[in-house]
Unconditional design. Sequence first.
Length: 385
Amino acid sequence: MFDFEYYSPTKIAFGPGKLGEIGQLIGEYGNKGLVVTGPTIEKVGILAMLEEYLDEAEIDYDVFAEVKEEPSVELVERGDEFAEDNDSEFIIALGGGSSIDTAKAIAVARTHPAKIRDYLVGGKIGTDGITSDVLPIVTIPTTGTGSEVTSAAVIGDEEEEKGVLFSPYIFPQVAIVDPELTFTLPKEVTVYTAIDALCQAIEAYLSPEGNIISDLLSLESIKLIRDAIYDAVNDEGNLQARTKLSLGATLSGIVISQAGVGAAHALSMVLGGRYGIPHGLGIALVLPHVVEYNASDFQEGYLDIAEAFGIKVNELTEEETITALVEDLKDLNQKLGVKAKLRDFGVEEELLLELGQAACEYGDMRNNPKEPTAEEMKEILEKIF
């Protein structure tokens, strides 16, 4: 417990209205920035808000607004060319996890000689080839995934389905987390990102790579998200709930950079890579069943998580507590409208074992508290088929 390393270098500026302080927060990173965002952020007016603050601070910038869904190698290459043409010296990511991941990858591509796919985990060069030359990164999340404070980015690659950039050099220099920017989120996105962040905190708490600091932050993240999720989804103007959800998500990003994630993320990454199932939806579908699977051998950690959920653990047996936690997660899905099945996305039942095997081989699985078999992962997938 008392022998560990902890590294989380991102400066966090948190609170309602914090976007207005951007001029004070990023002035040291260069003369010209590149805002990486998408058309949705432009449409709802958040980009215009950022541009107004940048103009007031006399910060020169260009806008690359081509991030539409999950980022790809091709998108990153276009962004790299745009950054080169405009002499960008630092990157501002504005949006959800896709914009932030794209921005991180552009920051690497702009300063490294090989193709971006070569620096992905398992690529020709690999993540060890990423150096400190990465352009400075500023993140401004408009959803709640925690990616604003992590050292990883998920990049789609036709050759490898989904790839991952991972390096301490892609930790953002500054994360400006303004809960007011989440008011424009569609209900569905709020649900998926909140459950994803919740899962991140749960899996980090159970990871063998966790430590006392990440464990404390994981439990606080779980409490914040579980306490706020219904109010944030059902009352879109509830700033207190949005603030709790944003803080919980940021904490979840901090802890997965220390401890990683586990089986739920491995399964979701495989499903997303092969069938385009949105990451947060995939997490929501598998999480109750992964908890049920892991808890058969690792009850102690889940008792702490159940308490963070608000379950009265002192009044229940351990078995009753685990059952209550699993049912709470299932109720969460039902009440928030998560009703999809794998078959809705063209998943074929005869391929479930193959998908289970792919999940077992996915890198995230090494942090799961229990080493699964392909057959066991298939059984989880059957429950949501």
